[in-house]
Design a binder for this molecule. Structure first.
Ligand SMILES: [Zn+2]
Length: 131
């Protein structure tokens, strides 16, 4: 269990568990400036997105303290995803946000919905590119 954050004089917050930076379900480091970093048992780690989000919008991906490129991270997620689902699932990566969805279900849908995860934001982005 993560406890309350340690807040320093600058307003930066850090969550610890057993003396290591650690937080489940959110960044273990949240700086007042907007910088965020995810940690698991002291190692920089995040499975559902970038492990570091910089104030300027830059992102970096880490698993168990090891840095991955965005592509390596997405490929890793795709592999894990396929292992979690049976064979009639056709994993397709959303062309906008990179999220993985079942491509089989989408065959009878219009192009904008077929090539995205179904999120309204993603659909409208693809529609906007066609028009
Ligand atoms: Zn999407």
């Amino acid at each position: 269990m993560s406890e309350n954050p340690v807040v320093d004089s600058a307003g930066d917050k850090r969550w610890f568990s057993n003396g290591c930076l650690h937080k489940d379900g959110g960044p273990a480091v949240e700086w007042y400036s907007g910088y965020k970093a995810w940690f698991k048992k002291g190692k920089i780690h995040r499975e559902d997105g970038p492990a570091i989000e910089y104030t300027n919008g830059d992102k970096k991906w880490f698993i168990d303290g090891e840095q991955l490129t965005e592509e390596e991270f997405n490929n890793r997620n795709l592999r894990e995803f396929m292992m979690d689902h049976d064979s009639d699932y056709t994993p397709v990566m959303c062309s906008v946000c990179g999220q993985i969805y079942n491509g089989q279900m989408a065959e009878d849908k219009p192009y904008s919905e077929r090539t995205t995860c179904g999120n309204e934001e993603c659909i409208s982005k693809v529609k906007g590119e066609i028009e």
